[in-house]
Design a binder for this molecule. Sequence first.
Ligand SMILES: Cc1cc2nc3c(=O)[nH]c(=O)nc-3n(C[C@H](O)[C@H](O)[C@H](O)COP(=O)(O)O)c2cc1C
Length: 467
Amino acid sequence: MNLVVGVGLRAGTSYRELRDLVTEAVADAGRVRILITVDGRESEPAVQRLAAHLGAELQTVAPAELRRQNVPSPSEQVDGLAGTPSVAEAAVLSTGAELVVPKRKSGAATVAVGRLAAAPGYAPGERHVVHRVLAERRDVRRGFVDLPIPDDVLTRVLESAHRAPSVGLSQPWDFLLIREIATRRKIHDLASAQRDAFAASLPDERRQRFDGLKIEAILDTPLNIAVTCDAGRGGRHVLGRHADPRTTWFSAAIAIQNLWLAARAEGLGVGWVSFFEPGEVAAVLDLPAHIELVGYLCIGYVDEFAPAPELVRTGWASRRPLAWAVHQESWGRRGLPGAEPTSITQDAEQAAREVEPRESGQSVRVVVGGDPADYLGRTDTIVVQLGAKPEADFGVLWRPARNPVEGVEVGVEIVRDLALQGVGEIAVQVVEDGDVAAAVGRGLRVGASACGVGCRDEPVELSDSPA
Ligand SMILES: Cc1cc2nc3c(=O)[nH]c(=O)nc-3n(C[C@H](O)[C@H](O)[C@H](O)COP(=O)(O)O)c2cc1C
């Protein structure tokens, strides 16, 4: 059994008194994983020695958290002394454990014992740090300061990256550290060319917004790191890779995430640049032919970490709510754990009652069905294909809805996603006959009213010229 021992004690309690009390309370009920007490008492020598003796993790908990616990035997006396009606029992309960032994007292200490249903997680304060680094990691492209990265700091960051999970423990990544300015200039030229190409693909309003965005910091940081993947690493029988070779690439991408998080904890900003054809970068870096680029990172100290993604702050894109991304048991039953799942259509109808119209945003024409070649001459157009999988093209959304219900859902989801990418108005053209195409058109209208996106129906025209 995994046990938690909660301890309340007066300052200066002897180790022997505490140890005897705990030994008696625990008897042979199981292994003590956590010894927990109120903030401040962890520095008591008796507590520290006992934690070491038990091989338990020493955790602390704030009085406010203790007060929130519903304990079986609160004490007015303890409340007067510690500002909470219970320390030992409440500390146990704060870990999620269930009390298994009535609390025991000696002259100077009180002990409660609880059972954890599973191996313990981190203490609340430590957990907070983990969630904090996840929330505060940013893609950074601005505000780098002219400070070198000490070797030991960089090594720690790389060690974290290198600890990433990988399919069959194949560890397919390598990290190429690039400091040479001449090399970085060549890479910068590649990114600039791709930036121009992307800008040219945008409708006017979007291009103007894009012009204000910074998309890389290749020359602004003291260090660039090319993270690569060797898809054959580990030979023929890499465990778990045989049915899905993409897992090799997933592994390398996770290493980058580890690097990103560890860097954030060290105060280092990281910006991922993907404005490249990977082969062009490989050529500049003279990579062996079997080594492919996964991510190109710019890394350095920064003057600040922004509280939110730059793309959010500049209005380029918005975050997708978690509830849209969680499906329960089958695709489309969306909702957070514990909530009643809803369909995207129900959700949109509800949202439409509360939404404010969007004041601005890009205008996009959504064409349902038809031959993409007839419509994609205009940069503001997206073609929804319902049938066979089309040629890859970001202007074509393949949404093979099987019936009108799915058709409506597809339509709603398309608008929700477009709205997240800054679309403020859609023009709908349904060019394909049939129930499903008509349902997608309906879904687009429902989605538009749910997101405050303006919506108009456009007459069907072929090959019209750019606006
Ligand atoms: C695979 C990948 C490629 C990216 N490429 C670029 C890029 O080329 N330029 C850029 O400015 N940001 C790039 N980003 C950063 C994203 O824009 C950023 O992660 C997103 O806006 C969320 O912001 P956050 O990372 O600060 O939370 C990339 C991110 C990922 C994961």
